[in-house]
Design a protein around this ligand. Structure first.
Ligand code: IMP
Ligand code: MG
Length: 171
């Protein structure tokens, strides 16, 4: 495995995102919706860096199962419980690969008429951003292709506990 972000780089990246979110949302009391399971470590750090009034909810989707390649189908496993009509919603994702999960979740949440809906992701594929530079509103880092693990991100439920972010060598 190759380390692509040290815990210090992760911390700096999260702090940078948090500063932008705080500046943009001020007193709007946004609802941060973490996409489970991968985003829970990132979201936990992010809200403490943002350090302003906000609410947290979670949505669980499944697209990968036990393997390394997406099934190409996003299944909603558990929905949010917050009424987001008229609220400012920020979706929080660990890593955006094809963008399919975000597309589906955007459509799903927009049906409930939030005041706004944006996306914050720690990581996104360079290849996706080349074709769709605006895929993510608040982006931590662009990463090359290859399977990423650590800092909440798993491979078959393993490696989530790693404090740094790694690329599987043969990804
Ligand atoms: P997308 O729908 O193709 O954008 O895939 C996004 C989802 O797949 C995210 O919720 C991630 O949790 C997961 N994912 C994408 N790339 C990776 C990876 O390299 N390692 C682990 N999970 C990934
Ligand atoms: Mg995920």
């Amino acid at each position: 495995m190759k380390r692509i972000l040290s815990r210090r780089q992760v911390r700096n990246t999260v702090a940078g995102l948090a500063a932008r979110i705080r500046a943009d949302y001020g007193d709007k009391r946004p609802v941060l919706v973490g996409i489970l399971k991968g985003s829970f470590v990132f979201l936990a750090d992010l809200i403490r860096e943002v350090n302003m009034p906000l609410e947290v909810d979670f949505i669980t989707v499944s697209s990968y199962g036990p393997g390394r390649t997406s099934s190409g189908e996003v299944r909603l496993v558990q929905d949010i419980t917050t009424d987001i009509a008229g609220r400012h919603v920020l979706l929080v994702e660990d890593i955006v690969d094809s963008g399919l999960t975000l597309d589906e979740l955007r459509q799903h949440l927009l049906r409930r008429s939030p005041a706004s809906l944006r996306v914050c992701a720690l990581l996104a594929r360079r290849s996706l951003l080349a074709g769709d530079p605006d895929a993510v509103d608040y982006l931590g880092r662009a990463v090359p292709d290859g399977f990423v693990v650590g800092y909440g991100i798993d491979y078959g439920e393993d490696y989530r506990y790693l404090p740094d972010v790694w690329m599987l060598e043969d990804g």
